[in-house]
Design a protein. Structure first.
Lengths: 90, 193
């Protein structure tokens, strides 16, 4: 096969693989956020902020487990995934 | 003071972050991952920080001597694993065998989980999860061992990330007093909510 044909083919394959990786990396954070949101919908009593009366300080601050999943996804997406996708696209 | 289950959820958040970081590193590959210097310290740094944060847990949750020993041992081995990985990331440590510190941390942690849980599997959800967490860590230690021998193994990296995710899910599922598969011992106490 001529190198003139093989090179663009290889470059296109590399670009497609890179694009897929970018999409996967950028999807990880939102995926975690959706999982946290789905958990909150399935077990709303886990979010004490929705019914705060009679709850102590720690239940209001430290008892919001589905929100931690959303927060982890958000922090990861903003701090890790976005710069990583920029590096992948270079 | 926060309830024990809340502390488990906070650490679950940490393990979820570790999972996301490990998966992202796996997806992009080592070459892209180290393009920004701060990123190579992310996973080991978080491991080390979680080890440090286990010391207050050991100090304030003194419901039994064996709990203190278990929390103290987790703090030490997590700091050891994080420190070894930080050393490797910074280039101050070179031998790949330092990666075995993570496997050692998992073996010690798994053993501590199983030993410090005095109740049987179906006593309560917390007891059940302590048993499953222990076995998850003991069996999952095979992946960092594999990584020490084959650093580029995709299976080992994927397995390690899966173990981190399993730990996060189990810690999030923990409750101080709740039933497990319909079982709750009369000695466990009344569920909070």
């Amino acid at each position: 096969m001529s190198a003139e044909i093989a090179h663009p083919l290889r470059e296109r394959a590399h670009a497609e693989a890179r694009s897929l990786r970018v999409r996967v990396v950028l999807a990880l954070g939102p995926l975690a956020m959706v999982a946290g949101f789905a958990w909150a919908l399935a077990q709303p009593y886990r979010i004490t902020l929705l019914h705060p009366f009679g709850e102590g300080f720690w239940w209001l601050v430290g008892g919001e487990s589905p929100l931690y999943v959303v927060l982890a996804g958000l922090v990861f997406w903003r701090v890790v995934a976005i710069p990583l996708s920029e590096d992948l696209q270079r | 003071m926060p309830r024990a289950e809340m502390v488990h959820w906070w650490f679950a958040g940490g393990f979820l972050m570790l999972t996301l970081i490990a998966v992202a590193r796996l997806v992009v590959g080592e070459e892209v991952w180290v393009m920004r210097p701060w990123r190579r310290y992310l996973l080991p740094g978080l491991m080390f920080l979680m080890g440090v944060l286990l010391w207050p847990v050991m100090t304030f949750y003194t419901n039994s001597t064996i709990h203190m020993i278990a929390h103290g041992s987790w703090a030490q081995v997590l700091m050891l694993a994080g420190g070894a990985e930080l050393g490797l990331a910074s280039g101050k440590l070179h031998a790949r065998w330092w990666r075995l510190c993570t496997a050692f941390a998992m073996l010690v942690s798994g053993g501590a989980f199983i030993v410090h849980e005095q109740q049987h599997w179906l006593f309560s959800r917390a007891a059940f999860l302590h048993h499953t967490l222990g076995w998850t860590l003991l069996l999952g230690a095979v992946f960092p061992i594999l990584q020490a021998f084959r650093p580029r193994s995709l299976t080992a990296a994927l397995g390690f990330a899966s173990v981190l995710l399993l730990i996060a899910v189990q810690l999030f599922a923990d409750r101080d007093t709740a039933a497990i598969f319909g079982h709750l011992s009369q000695y466990a106490g009344a569920p909070h909510r």
